[in-house]
Ligand binder design. Sequence first.
Ligand SMILES: [Zn+2]
Ligand SMILES: [Zn+2]
Length: 109
Amino acid sequence: MTITQEQLRWLEGLIRQDKLVKFYQWCEWRKMRLEALERDHYECQICKRKGRYRRAQNVHHIKEVKSRPDLALTLDNLESVCIKCHNEIHGKEYNLKNKQKPFVNVERW
Ligand SMILES: [Zn+2]
Ligand SMILES: [Zn+2]
């Protein structure tokens, strides 16, 4: 399933207003989310790659909705993950962003 132009404009508006929470409540997303979980047999794909089994409870956008809203409903862009892995993915992103903050004094390194 792909997103329509109309849905894409709505989603871009949510991103601008920082109201993505509405996207996650949207029925079309709930449907896609379930489809991804079923495709992955409710198994965390990140744990699976590490040879572990954990039940997936979240669905992660491989390319973030904020950067690629056009892929928000694309099954290939979705991955079932457990809460722990999901926090790790987003925690890493957060750390990377913090490292790029301008107050870091590069001369110290
Ligand atoms: Zn996991
Ligand atoms: Zn995510």
